[in-house]
Design a protein around this ligand. Structure first.
Ligand code: ADP
Ligand code: MG
Length: 327
């Protein structure tokens, strides 16, 4: 109980992009091969994530948005390792607390879908049958509406919040292997406009071309380093001498096992090495878990990379890895 409380006390939803990130992660966890993110007024009015994953079974309708409810514990040797993986059963309950949450869902065993409405404490307050394919749609209306100060700030900074979200979704578009990803926004009386669209073809190369275009891709070169049987680092970096004079510093994406992660220390190192050049980097660290032991809380092999002029020291990579929100 103590451990559960501690790992659940961290705030997971800080802004629009972390809210959507949690929903996209849930869709990927549900095995979705198609994920659509729809926004109304850049997320200010509402946002929804529509997937074709496994759906939520009726037995879980009542508990799914309660704090600490998760169906993802079984794979882990003990609760301590959850600090690293972010499977905390907290996203849906936090979204209930911060806005108005509804879910439409259908598993392969159900002939019809169910529309679920939750209150701010995560209690299921209404349930009705509806038509839908297999999968789940989670809708959040009026994020932060019951936090007056945060809400004001949210509305004032909505363009910035939206920009951060698009940058995050680009990262998913680059690596959500096999999953088709579409993001659209509807503003005012305008028609829905599609902002991001990828086919989920599978290769990082194809995704880079789809998301950033061929010109960008031509400035990159592949890198691949095998560290051991179960640890491989691969991706693309800007060719030396390329990219200068262009602001591409915001186009650095790091992934662990195909999921975007924030790796400020690795990013800083890349920037220091390339100085004025502001390199673009799409680097996928493929790291598999080691046997978990109490003395070794990180569960990861530490990695030592020395590729071209890119040197990532053991310490910086492993300490960034400790902060991986989800794997
Ligand atoms: P966590 O992801 O840490 O388990 P969440 O609050 O994000 O916690 O989700 C709670 C539970 O709701 C998940 O464990 C999962 O069983 C179910 N769930 C959430 N989103 C989806 C989805 N898109 N498809 C299927 N199940 C989902
Ligand atoms: Mg989740």
């Amino acid at each position: 109980k103590g451990v559960v409380h501690r790992i659940c006390s961290g705030q997971v939803i800080l802004d629009l992009s972390s809210a959507v990130k949690e929903l996209v992660e849930n869709s990927l966890d549900a095995g979705a091969t198609s994920i659509e993110i729809a926004l109304k007024e850049y997320g200010e009015e509402w946002f929804q994530v529509i997937d074709n994953g496994c759906g939520i079974s009726p037995a879980n309708f009542k508990v799914v948005a309660l704090k600490h409810h998760t169906s993802k514990l079984a794979d882990f040797p003990d609760l301590e390792s959850l600090t690293t993986f972010g499977f905390r059963g907290e996203a849906l309950s936090s979204l209930c607390a911060l806005g108005n949450l509804t879910i439409e869902t259908r598993t392969k065993n159900e002939p019809v879908a169910t529309h679920l409405t939750f209150d701010h404490s995560g209690l299921l307050i209404a349930e009705k049958k509806t038509a839908r394919q297999i999968g789940t749609t989670v809708t959040v209306k009026k994020l932060f509406s019951n936090l007056p100060v945060r809400s004001k700030e949210f509305h004032r900074n909505i363009r910035k919040e939206y920009g951060k979200l698009i940058s995050l979704l680009n990262a998913y578009a680059l690596t959500a292997k096999g999953a088709r990803l579409v993001c659209s926004n509807t503003s005012g009386k305008n028609l829905k406009s599609v902002v991001i669209k990828t086919q989920g073809s599978g290769s990082l190369k194809d995704s880079i071309i789809q998301v950033f275009g061929m010109n960008m891709f031509n400035c990159l070169e592949p890198m691949s380093i095998c560290i051991s049987d179960d640890c491989k680092i691969e991706g693309f970096l800007s060719k030396s001498g390329q990219g200068s004079g262009r602001s591409m510093g915001d186009r650095q994406y790091f992934f662990v096992n195909g999921r975007p992660v924030d790796m400020p220390k690795v990013s800083k190192l890349v920037n220091e090495i390339y100085k004025e050049q502001s390199p673009s980097a799409g680097v996928n660290l493929k790291v598999s878990m080691r046997e978990h032991s109490p003395e070794d809380k990180t569960s990861f092999r530490t990695v030592n990379i020395n590729a071209q002029s890119l040197q990532l020291s053991e310490g910086s990579v492993s300490s960034d890895l400790e902060n991986i929100p989800t794997l």
